[in-house]
Design a protein. Structure first.
Length: 329
């Protein structure tokens, strides 16, 4: 085979390259079959091996992750391995990533009172050093038995809060663990209905002011996105393509799940890290027809995926998954 013929064949094979776990397993199977004793390697085998190597290189070059996200990924896995806190339960936490001068990274997972009793949920600190991670929980050693009455909340309680938020909050109030909210009802409401009082000019003015503020916020959001895009080297749409591929790869979505992963252009925002223009992109996945933010309708990997892409370098700075449970919707 001539060199130019080989080049054309490789170009044809790589032009529509989509690499996933199924294809990887098929290639490994093919390689294992070829490892059986033979007198010489076939031309087909050599060509397949060359294309595989080029394919993996092309894939790696297409998606570049920041060191901070690499550390966050390791920390997420350590949380699951050591404490059983799966990605859906991680949605209850805020994740803060700090790179240290010695080359290590500190990842802290904390929560707020809206989720539940902060002291019982506690805080997790993960020290990432290269591929290794050490997790420390502020409630280490405390008793996690007894449901929501437990001294400390492990994955069992976090699952209850996530998947049955309303009932969980009611139980926590009845147990005296969290205070009962002091609601101040609108005097114009009676039994959940607006009373007979007519809509006043004051009401109209307040409504128009609120509407004007929303419109102004939207104009500012779009202006900030345009400004960030003008300072970058890739467009927001190109960043969205990169972000979607990153989600599919990082969360090993099937083709069916990937097809249902929807880009949300009305929920994107621009930000900066120093002089670097970043774009925060949102994608939603709902696998059941008419599914919403609810434990009853939840299918594994449903929810929102937020991806931060550097518009100047194309680097994926961060990915955050929000299962949309615990009343987040």
């Amino acid at each position: 085979m001539k060199n130019n013929e080989f080049k054309e064949l490789v170009d044809q094979n790589l032009s529509g390259l989509v690499w996933d776990e199924r294809k990887r397993q098929r290639v490994l199977h093919a390689l294992n079959e070829e490892e059986k004793p033979v007198k010489k390697f076939s031309t087909t085998f050599i060509l397949i091996a060359a294309i595989v190597c080029l394919s993996v290189t092309a894939l790696a070059a297409g998606l570049i992750f920041s060191p901070k996200y690499d550390a966050a990924r390791i920390a997420n896995q350590a949380m699951e391995d050591q404490y059983g806190i799966t990605p859906d339960l991680l949605s209850l936490f805020w994740r803060d990533v700090k790179e240290n001068e010695d080359g290590t990274t500190t990842v802290v997972y904390s929560t707020t009172k809206d989720v539940g009793p902060v002291s019982r949920i506690g805080e997790y600190t993960v020290m990432v050093d290269g591929p290794k991670a050490t997790v420390n929980w502020s409630n280490e050693g405390k008793d996690t038995s007894g449901g929501l009455a437990a001294e400390a909340y492990g994955p069992e309680q976090l699952h209850t809060i996530s998947y049955d938020y309303g009932n969980a909050m009611q139980q926590l109030m009845e147990l005296g663990i969290i205070p009962t909210p002091d609601y101040s009802p609108n005097p114009r409401l009676a039994d959940g209905q607006i009373d007979d009082e007519e809509w006043t000019e004051e009401d109209q003015a307040e409504w128009e002011q609120s509407l004007a503020e929303v419109e102004e916020d939207e104009k500012q959001r779009l202006a900030e996105i345009a400004e960030a895009e003008s300072r970058g080297k890739i467009t927001v749409e190109q960043a969205a393509d990169v972000g979607k591929e990153a989600i599919i790869q990082e969360y090993t979505l099937t083709k069916e799940q990937a097809d249902k992963l929807e880009y949300q252009p009305d929920m994107i925002y621009a930000s900066y890290e120093g002089d670097e223009p970043l774009i925060d992109l949102c994608f939603c996945l709902w696998q059941k027809e008419g599914a919403t933010f609810s434990g009853d309708n939840f299918t594994e990997k449903d929810g929102q995926y937020w991806v931060t892409v550097n518009l100047k370098t194309g680097v994926i700075e961060d990915i955050v998954y929000d299962a949309g449970l615990a009343g987040n919707g």
